[in-house]
Design a protein around this ligand. Structure first.
Ligand code: NAP
Length: 336
């Protein structure tokens, strides 16, 4: 059965997800689109040659009986209301991160989903679908490096625009690390601290860049993450897990090594869309399969809530300069 999908928000990632559903994945088709900028929705419809209806707003799209499942890829601030509306309509919903912009917003979604009595929400955390992270987790789980003691990680972007301010280093960038380390280590965070090294001249006035985020987990693992969003040289994700008996590194993306102009090397990626392109495909295919089977197994609302609670503590730590506690409520059996 082909799942009929409606897309709310047809900007960068919404258009890209509509493309992958239409051109790459199986089992689903985009039959409805909406965006505050209707011309943008029209453009996506035309570019992908979709047989889709454009709706005036997300609520109208969610209410349509022909729409089986919804993709929420609009601005973060709009996610909560659309996800709650989809749950109320009893429809499956794939929501890009953040699930909601506040921990309370995520809790509202968790509460609504539990009241609905079944999992309806998958959050767009794609790193657990990345083949490199999967290999890293397999090595950790097999015990090849012994018990993990530390993680050294980095999240670097070539540059960001003027609207990217200091807190976004947490809510928009670090959020992926906050999700993936819980999964990698099967552990929860207990505290966060943020340190600001000397500022790069490539960052604008409202942005402290780079930043180092220090996390501690319940099992005592210490994690340092460098977030450097004007690093100039490319888009670069690093993760080294230090265990009792060895170190496991996240593999570099595949690239051709070239001998050229008296140098030996390979090109680095600059676009985040390219770095995790395969994992976006796998995560969305998993969502489609989950809808078909009426059983979602991907990152849940609980993962969205855990990331939001952790992110709030990190932002508090940015502002206070202190070590801040991360206090996640007890995980309900519904999400075990
Ligand atoms: P974007 O290019 O700005 O696209 C967002 C689109 O949503 C824009 O076309 C915007 O319209 C539209 N929009 C805003 N409010 C809306 C509403 N109430 N109803 C319908 N459409 C609305 O942003 P993006 O980069 O695609 O990001 C979208 C979301 O995906 C964000 O939450 C972001 O954090 C997330 N994201 C996740 C990843 C990942 O790696 N998982 C990567 C990128 C983005 P106008 O701009 O025309 O006003």
């Amino acid at each position: 059965m082909s799942i009929k999908i409606g897309v709310i928000g047809t900007g960068a990632i919404g258009a890209d997800h509509a493309r992958r559903i239409t051109k790459t994945l199986t089992g689903a088709e985009v039959i409805a689109l909406t965006d505050v900028n209707l011309a943008q929705a029209e453009k996506v419809k035309k570019d992908l040659n979709l047989d889709a209806t454009i709706y005036a707003d997300g609520h109208e799209l969610i209410a349509k009986s022909g729409v089986d499942a919804v993709l929420v890829t609009s601005w973060g601030a709009t996610h909560e209301e659309y996800v709650l509306a989809a749950i109320k309509a009893g429809k499956y919903v794939f929501c890009e991160k953040p699930l909601a912009t506040t921990a309370q917003g995520c809790q509202n979604i968790v509460d609504a989903e539990m009241s609905a009595g079944k999992r309806l929400v998958q959050v767009g955390f794609m790193r657990p679908y990345d083949s490199g992270y999967k290999m890293l987790k397999a090595v950790i789980d097999k015990g090849d490096i012994g018990t993990p003691l530390m993680i050294h990680a980095a999240h670097r972007n070539q540059s960001v625009g003027k609207n990217y301010v200091t807190a976004m280093a947490i809510h928009d960038t670090l959020i992926h690390e906050l999700d993936v380390f819980r999964w990698l280590l099967d552990d929860e965070y207990v505290s966060a601290q943020v340190i600001f090294p000397r500022k790069t001249p490539h960052a604008h006035e409202q942005l402290a860049d780079p930043q180092i985020v220090l996390l501690e987990t319940k099992k005592g693992v210490r994690i340092d993450v460098e977030v450097f969003v004007n690093c100039q040289y490319g888009y670069d994700i690093q993760c080294a897990v230090v265990g009792e008996e060895g170190i496991a590194n996240l593999p570099e993306p595949q690239a051709i090594t070239m001998r050229k102009k008296a140098q030996l090397g390979n090109e680095l990626l600059v676009d985040w869309k390219e770095r995790f392109i395969d994992s976006y495909d796998v995560e969305l295919q998993d969502f489609i399969k989950g809808v078909q089977a009426e059983q979602l197994t991907g990152p849940s609302s609980w993962n969205g809530l855990a990331a939001a609670v952790s992110a709030d503590a990190c932002v508090k730590a940015q502002q206070s300069g202190q070590i801040e506690a991360i206090e996640l409520p007890e995980r309900p059996t519904f999400y075990r």
